[in-house]
Design a protein around this ligand. Sequence first.
Ligand code: ATP
Ligand code: MG
Length: 370
Amino acid sequence: MTETGVVLTDIRKSFGNLEVIHGIDLMITEGSFVVFVGPSGCGKSTLLRMIAGLEEVTDGEIEIKGRNVTDLDPSDRGIAMVFQSYALYPHMSVRENLAFGLKMARTPEREIDARVRAASAILKIDPLLERRPGQLSGGQRQRVAIGRAIVRKPDVFLFDEPLSNLDAELRVSMRIEIARLHRELGNTMIYVTHDQTEAMTLADMIVVLRDGRVEQTGSPREIYENPANTFVAGFIGSPRMNLLKTEYAGDGSAWIGKNRIATQIDDKQVAAGDRLTLGIRPEHMNVGTDGEGTMRARVDFFEYLGGTQFLYCQLEDGQTVTAEHRSPVPVQAGEILHFRWQADDLRVFDAEGLRLRPLDRCTAQRGQSI
Ligand SMILES: Nc1ncnc2c1ncn2[C@@H]1O[C@H](COP(=O)(O)OP(=O)(O)OP(=O)(O)O)[C@@H](O)[C@H]1O
Ligand SMILES: [Mg+2]
């Protein structure tokens, strides 16, 4: 059995009489990299700050490494937090910034020295130790902020959007550094972002939040391939999954315009006339020839990205779809295309937006084109 790093039990938070976190349960495995992702205002920072002890919980319990820390001060929880705003002391050198927390905790001088040296080596900031924060680039400052967390030797690292002040290129390189840091240190890390590329690439486990509730937890692959509902389906993935509104026609199919689409859903699950949403990712939309079960669409415009193209198209009923087109065959705006996909790549959601799975996948014809 793996030791449990962080456990949240029925965590709630209200500001005044407005509840913003509505009872969250979460088990975070020791040593894993967990990413909280979700739209602005969904409660990511509030949840992280409650784990840090910077915000009191209104209700519920927080355990770190088997210890109930719900009422402990931040400094007694074995955590270190890295913020988006680096929060460095401007009048101190990098070395002094790194050492400051340890000095306050009356750590012996020799120990401070050793820890600062170790952190500086991990982050490759030796040449910067005597500079002031004002003499550093954004990426260098963020590295120092991370260094300040490392010297504390926490059980759990907490990151709140640490890269969002950096430019695109630096974000990519710092993202890789953070992944490397996790591999080297092996600590539990909880990372907040609304950048889904960061979520997908860094996480062992993604927690998708919306309006103070967990919508789904799972590995990046589980979340991407098997979103539990239309919210997660539309949130993770760029360009987003096509979510087409339709009605169940009976006999396992649904209509889109004049086209009958096989859904692998069954009359036992839904009734004819029930609303359904069909989900299909842009990379699964293949341009084919006209025929049974294809989706007819007109190209409104396209984006050429070198290795690939995104086609933004309109169906006959006015709904829009995005297709990723890898073929070198050029496509013109205004052109009519017929899309096909593998039956297994279709995701079906009910009227409430919850995923419907095919009842008996063995009898479904796998890989069939529709
Ligand atoms: N101190 C506060 N007082 C009142 N309401 C607050 C306070 N802090 C946060 N909130 C509210 O709680 C909700 C969650 O906020 P939070 O900062 O956790 O969101 P977030 O997911 O981190 O968003 P973002 O991606 O924009 O950083 C929001 O509706 C916010 O307005
Ligand atoms: Mg936030």
